[in-house]
Design a protein around this ligand. Structure first.
Ligand SMILES: [Zn+2]
Length: 83
């Protein structure tokens, strides 16, 4: 889904692979992520995570989000249905 042309305004000022961070405790930077719980224990559950990457248009500001590991997330998603 990588494109060098903005789907909204047609500009070619596209910034790729931009990190989206959240500032946690003590201003620690964390990648904003998708999280899927793949076990249903009371403690110590496993999670599949996928950091969000943004593609941003430098003209109109449109932001497209994607993850680098869609297959892993899809498998985890299927797993949650059987919990
Ligand atoms: Zn644009």
């Amino acid at each position: 889904m990588k494109s060098d042309i903005c789907s909204a305004c047609g500009s070619s000022k596209i910034m790729h692979e931009m990190r989206i961070v959240d500032f946690g405790h003590g201003n620690a930077k964390k990648d904003l992520s998708i999280e899927i719980k793949t076990t249903d224990n009371v403690f110590f559950n496993k999670f599949e995570k996928g950091a969000l990457k943004a593609q941003i248009c430098g003209s109109c500001g449109k932001v497209d989000l994607s993850v680098n590991n869609p297959q892993e997330l899809w498998q985890a998603y299927l797993k949650t249905k059987s919990l």
